[in-house]
Design a protein around this ligand. Structure first.
Ligand code: T1G
Length: 719
């Protein structure tokens, strides 16, 4: 909907009305067409202002309409009618002007933005490209290099940067609509020939071929198989090489290749999934809209190792007062230096003052008595964490939330160490904690909805994508990672190489394959967990028993590497070799080839050819199968929770939509059939045994992913 009023006598004011972001739904587009016609036809009206209701100009096309038969007036001619108008049209930009919203503003003759506004063409993040003239008008207005950057990255720019780039003509700290109306009065009757961007020539560049070649190379490197960034470069190239109308044809052609693509569906699913996880629910039935968070003004971090330092930085950067506790004097001094450096570098990048005064450092746990919430991040050892929770419970004021950053230990056991187990939840950060977006908020059987609400709210406040999950070994992310890692080791036993497995996974879209990722995070981390689980035995050298644990197949390959001190990047040797400890460039290691051959010979394993398809199916389908078990157990409320965890915490390629969405795209029947095939070949590997929920979904005709929650609910009610 768009409202029309006449203000200041001769200005037609058009207000977009579609809360919360005034997205360009069919009704809004029709409203704009009608009100623009009216403004242009009323003789009293000398100029026009377009603005958005409730402090937001426009969040772009209505993404909810994409999967439907779209109706209503198309955007391109609607914007042409504005640009070719004989009366000046001024866009008054408050809040956001994104995608089709910015394209609408680029069709206007003038753009005035509030100083806090954000502008951008983020279509590429939805697997699309700016298809309402953005790829043709923006390069003409700000030049090709700047336009390429904004369109291929989809990043939002501040009003200040938009003014520097020439996207907006003026910014204001005052009421933007008032300023725009005054401005519209001042330009009434002036010639608009120089204000129609589509008529601008595209600014010349010394060597367009080199520029576009470099841009294409850059997107190929960062896209990891995503097709939209490539199409964005091709569309901007049309702006640089073709007349406007032909460029618009090219833009339309390229958009047609993207609009119905699987990648666009995956990325738009990711957009809504990221918002759906904010509407969390617990297996007890408590929900986001019935559980009030408590305010957290002052927090504490216990243990200033790598994770503790990152968590302290994330809290301070979000404006919280932080008490950072480390009982080891030397570690405390080093941590203070490291945290100070991280805050200064972060502030420099964001152009703000570093929040150094927000953190107080202490070797004494007594100093956290008055905080609202504590995050324990000491060494990953249950006995040590239990001791710390007992201490904290004795020291803290009533009502203080006690959170742990454990990556998989039992939350309920830690809660048992305290007087108020209802105040205990997990806040599982991902390294580096001040950078990675994901936060798993883990509730135990006694965690109160208030504790979950408070942790989720704090997560949002510090800029995290927070997902509420139940308490089980490894929670969601690490629990699903176990079968994925297991299959990778089994594939090595059967003849694959680390390079081959990693190549298949990186071609699929992962930033790093499983073996390069293990070398980065350190093989000793998993080794310690397997030792704690009693899986590591001293005589893992020969015989069947060496490869069986608790009656199931087990590969001691990782343990054998660790026994030789091959922990990965940190020791310069792991699944790959590195120039020196700490270096990041992985090179195939002949030693490992020989080691694998000897190992296979020793265990009588026959080497066979393994193709990429098998690597992907065994690694990904076993992970997905565990995802279905997690949904069965009610540890995750819905597939979106799992998919957001994997996209924001485990670099699952977003243009594949997350493991559960990927399974729905491949086809659940296919996933089931392949798991049955591999389980038949490997009956001693339970992670390949298809889960009940997967079978149930296939038996129910493989409903679309947004319908899975109903099947899960029915399954739970039958249990
Ligand atoms: C032709 C043209 O070239 C092409 C093809 C296009 O134009 S493609 C479209 C391009 N536009 C975009 O990519 C912008 C997408 N939106 C955002 O980036 C953010 O939303 C935001 C604008 C920066 C606000 O962030 P927020 O944190 O304040 O609130 P929120 O929770 O995110 O959003 C609040 C609510 O608004 C919903 N919403 C936001 N933008 C929407 C949109 N464009 N369409 C439909 N719904 C939208 C969102 O789902 C949520 O709903 P619910 O969960 O409450 O039910």
């Amino acid at each position: 909907m768009a409202q029309y009023t006449r203000v200041s006598g001769s200005v037609g004011l058009i207000t977009l009305q579609n809360p919360p972001v005034n997205a360009l739904s069919a009704a809004v587009r029709q409203g704009i067409v009608n009100t623009v016609q009216r403004a242009l036809s009323e003789p009293e009206v000398k100029s026009v202002v377009i603005c958005g209701q409730k402090g937001a100009f426009c969040g772009g096309a209505d993404i909810k309409e994409f999967g439907t038969n779209m109706s209503g007036p198309p955007l391109v001619p609607m914007i042409h009618a504005i640009e070719s108008a004989v009366k000046p049209v001024v866009a008054a930009i408050e809040g956001v002007a994104l995608g089709g919203g910015l394209e609408l503003a680029l069709g206007c003759h003038y753009r005035i933005a509030h100083s806090k506004a954000r502008l951008g063409l983020p279509e590429v993040t939805l697997g699309l490209l700016p298809a309402a003239g953005g790829t043709q008008r923006l390069p003409r207005l700000i030049g090709v290099p700047a336009a390429l950057d904004l369109i291929t990255t989809g990043r939002h720019v501040t009003a200040t940067e938009a003014l520097q780039l020439g996207i907006v003509d003026q910014i204001t700290d005052h009421n933007t609509v008032d300023v725009a109306v005054k401005f519209a009065l001042s330009v009434a009757g002036q010639s608009l020939d120089s204000r129609r961007i589509s008529s601008y020539p595209c600014p010349r560049h010394s060597d367009f071929d080199a520029l576009f070649e470099a841009a294409m190379q850059k997107v190929h490197q960062s896209a990891r198989g995503a097709i939209a960034p490539v199409a964005c470069v091709q569309a901007v190239r049309a702006a640089a090489t073709l007349p406007y109308s032909q460029g618009m044809e090219r833009e339309k052609e390229l958009m047609a290749t993207l609009f119905t693509s699987g990648q666009a569906r995956a990325l738009q699913y990711c957009f809504f999934a990221q918002r759906a996880v904010g509407r969390w629910s617990m297996s007890s039935g408590a929900r986001w809209d019935t559980s009030k968070p408590r305010p957290v003004h002052k927090a504490a971090v216990i243990g200033l190792g790598t994770m503790g330092r990152g968590i302290a930085v994330a809290l301070a950067q979000a404006g919280l007062s932080v008490v950072a506790v480390e009982t080891q004097e030397k570690q405390l001094i080093e941590a203070k230096q490291a945290v100070t450096g991280m805050l200064e570098r972060g502030a420099k990048r964001r152009g703000v003052t570093p929040a150094l005064d927000k953190i107080t450092y202490s070797p004494n746990i007594q100093n956290v008595a008055d905080v609202d919430l504590i995050i324990e991040a000491v060494f990953e050892d249950m006995a040590l964490k239990e001791k710390v929770f007992k201490q904290l419970s004795a020291v803290c004021k009533p009502g203080t939330f006690l959170c742990t950053n454990t990556s998989g230990l039992d939350i309920n056991r830690l809660a048992s160490q305290t007087c108020n187990p209802e105040l205990v939840v997990g806040m599982h950060f991902f390294a580096p904690a001040h950078v990675m977006k994901l936060l798993e908020v883990v509730y135990g059987p006694r965690s109160s909805p208030h504790a979950v609400a408070t942790a989720m709210h704090l997560g949002k406040k510090i800029g995290k994508v927070s997902v509420a999950v139940g308490n089980c070994r490894g929670f969601v992310g690490n629990r699903m990672l176990k079968p994925y890692l297991e299959q990778a080791l089994f594939l090595l036993e059967e003849g694959a190489t680390p390079e081959q497995v990693d190549q298949a996974l990186e071609e699929f879209g992962f930033a790093m394959g499983v073996f390069r990722m293990s070398d980065l995070s350190g093989l000793d981390v998993g080794w310690r967990v397997r030792k704690a689980d009693g899986l590591v035995t001293s005589d893992a050298t020969t015989g069947q028993q060496a490869r069986i644990r608790q009656g199931h197949r087990y590969s001691p390959l990782g343990d054998l590497l660790c026994e030789q001190g091959r922990f990965g990047q940190k020791t310069g040797r792991g699944w790959y070799q590195y120039d020196k400890p700490g270096s990041r460039v992985a090179k195939p290691d002949p030693w490992l080839q020989n080691f694998l051959e000897e190992y296979r010979a020793r265990h009588g394993l026959v080497v066979r050819r393994i193709d990429h398809q098998e690597v992907l199916e065994r690694c990904l389908y076993s992970l997905i199968n565990e995802g279905f078990r997690i949904l069965e157990d009610g540890i995750a409320a819905g597939p979106e929770d799992i998919d957001v965890i994997y996209m924001f915490g485990y670099s699952w390629p977003r243009h594949r939509g997350g493991p559960m969405f990927y399974a729905s795209m491949v086809g659940l029947a296919r996933v089931l059939e392949r798991l049955e095939y591999y389980h038949q070949a490997h009956p001693d590997v339970p992670s390949l045994h298809p889960s009940t929920l997967l079978r149930k979904l296939v038996a129910n005709g493989s409903p679309p992913i947004h319908k899975w929650r109903e099947v899960i609910k029915k399954l739970h009610s039958q249990l």
